[in-house]
Write a protein that binds this ligand. Structure first.
Ligand code: NAD
Length: 445
């Protein structure tokens, strides 16, 4: 089939390349000319394991192309995925829908004949209905545009795998039964190869589809903040939250995943999605139902301050004038995404308190530099740790987890390590003569 993907960021570029991998002819559209040029040249503009190979394979096969021109999209295909950004508004918790609206405004008037737009961006409930209304006045006479919403659940770092082997595909459609069936048939055809493997295909209405995505993220955020709240108690009484998480995680009803206490969640999705969810709930008069998410957000933000306090304590009470190495800047490993990154936030807070901070991240130096140009960036973990009074592990990249104390013992000024992800072997560091601190309280060696 012929498809377009409007918006080629983390979601859209991955979706475009993976749809081509399924054998479709795909045109990716983005307003960022530099991004389009890089993608067209086979160069993924961000770090995502495995995506480069899929991208280049499909460019070479002639199944994939990128453009900045929405007119090209209008004539290329009659099915269009929408994957533009939906960031948090500058003022307030609400979602900024201007990119979604401008993409629809640019595309809809150009479409002739029957078209299907499948929204993939994460949006507040009610957005699809409002967009359908918006499009109705933009649609050319005699043409017809159906809108469906199919939220995306991919994880950065596993984006290709998650797109080609999703846990489920959700499709929300509008009130017109006939159009709804047609949209579902087209979508089932696009994903035929995936659906044949038994992946659940959940058909529902727009509102439910929109809510599925934000509810899933709200649940994950709550699970992380739950264990971080428990870790605050553990810290006070000297209990080990990692052992506790193992123990409660054996209960099949709870499960161990997303129960890692530490610096908390960040990135371009979870924080803004729970805030957007709360804002929308207020707007529809159900704000009270999601009041607990305020606490989830507050617990999460507390981790960052707690981490800065822990580093201060580790260097003798005040970071002013201390050399601090921060290992990790991305919001999680296997990504170069630093949007709302806890690691960079901690690095920034330490610098504001007068520490001399040297940051190293295996993949996120360029993205970090753009966001926090005032910090110093090292070319390796060892370089970041030279003359350090404290080493802080802020993102659990495998290279930090497996790093032995002997690699750093000779370069630091003081053997002090602060584990912000509870990912290190405390015993190994202690036996090598390091003072070991972990956020969330003691770690049994
Ligand atoms: P992103 O910022 O990386 O990409 C968005 C892209 O849209 C940018 O390249 C931007 O130039 C482009 N764009 C903006 N306006 C446009 C327009 N009018 N026409 C064409 N292109 C336009 O964002 P992202 O991380 O890819 O997220 C996109 C959406 O997917 C968001 O709603 C996000 O919440 C959701 N999502 C993201 C992930 C993830 O892991 N990144 C996972 C699931 C869902």
């Amino acid at each position: 089939m012929k498809l377009t993907v409007i918006g080629c960021g983390y979601l859209g570029a991955t979706h475009a390349a993976c749809m081509a991998e399924l054998g479709h002819e795909v045109l990716g559209v983005d307003v960022d000319a530099d991004k389009v040029a890089r993608l067209q040249a086979g160069d993924v503009p961000f770090f995502e394991p495995g995506l480069g190979d899929v991208l280049r394979r499909n460019l070479d096969a002639g199944r994939l192309r990128f453009t900045t021109d929405h007119r090209d999209a209008a004539t290329f295909a009659s099915v269009h995925f929408l994957g533009v950004g939906t960031p948090q508004q500058r003022r307030g918790y609400g979602v900024d829908l201007t990119h979604v609206e401008s993409a629809v405004d640019a595309l809809a008037p150009l479409l002739r004949g029957d078209h299907l737009i499948i929204g993939k961006s994460t949006v507040p409930v009610g957005t699809a209905a409002a967009l359908a209304q918006r499009m109705s006045v933009l649609t050319a006479p005699g043409s017809r545009i159906e809108l469906a919403w199919s939220p995306e659940f991919l994880r950065e770092g596993f984006a290709v795998e998650d797109t080609l082997e999703p846990d489920r595909i959700v499709l929300g459609t509008g009130p017109d039964d006939h159009a709804t069936d047609a949209a579902a048939q087209v979508t089932a055809e696009i994903y035929r190869e995936i659906l044949e493997t038994g992946v659940p295909f959940i058909r529902t209405d727009w509102a439910t589809a929109e809510l599925v995505k934000v509810s899933a993220n709200a649940f994950l955020a709550t699970k992380i903040s739950f264990i971080n709240a428990i870790s605050e108690i553990c810290e006070v009484v000297g209990a080990d939250v990692s052992t506790l998480a193992d123990a409660i995680g054996y209960d099949g009803r709870i499960g161990r995943r997303f129960l890692n206490a530490g610096l908390g969640f960040g990135g371009g999705c979870l924080p803004k999605d729970i805030r957007g969810f709360m804002a929308r709930a207020e707007e529809v008069g159900a704000g009270e139902a999601l009041r607990f998410l305020r606490e989830v957000d507050a617990i999460n933000n507390r981790r960052r301050t707690a981490m800065v306090e822990l580093v201060a304590e580790a260097v003798g009470g005040d970071v002013l004038g201390a050399n601090v190495a921060v290992l990790g800047a991305a919001f999680k490993p296997e990504s170069d995404d630093v949007r709302d990154s806890p690691a960079l936030n901690v690095a920034g807070q330490l610098a504001l308190r007068g520490a001399s901070v040297s940051v190293f991240d295996p993949k996120a130096t360029a993205t970090s530099r753009r966001m926090y140009p005032m910090l110093t960036y090292a070319g390796s973990a060892v370089e970041a740790c030279e003359e350090a009074d404290a080493v802080v592990v802020a993102t659990e990249w495998a290279e930090f987890v497996h790093m032995g104390p002997e690699e750093l013992s000779g370069v630091v000024r003081s053997r002090v390590i602060v584990d912000g992800r509870r990912c290190l072997d405390a015993g190994a560091w202690r036996s090598a003569g390091w003072r070991f601190h972990a956020i969330g309280g003691p770690m049994r060696s």
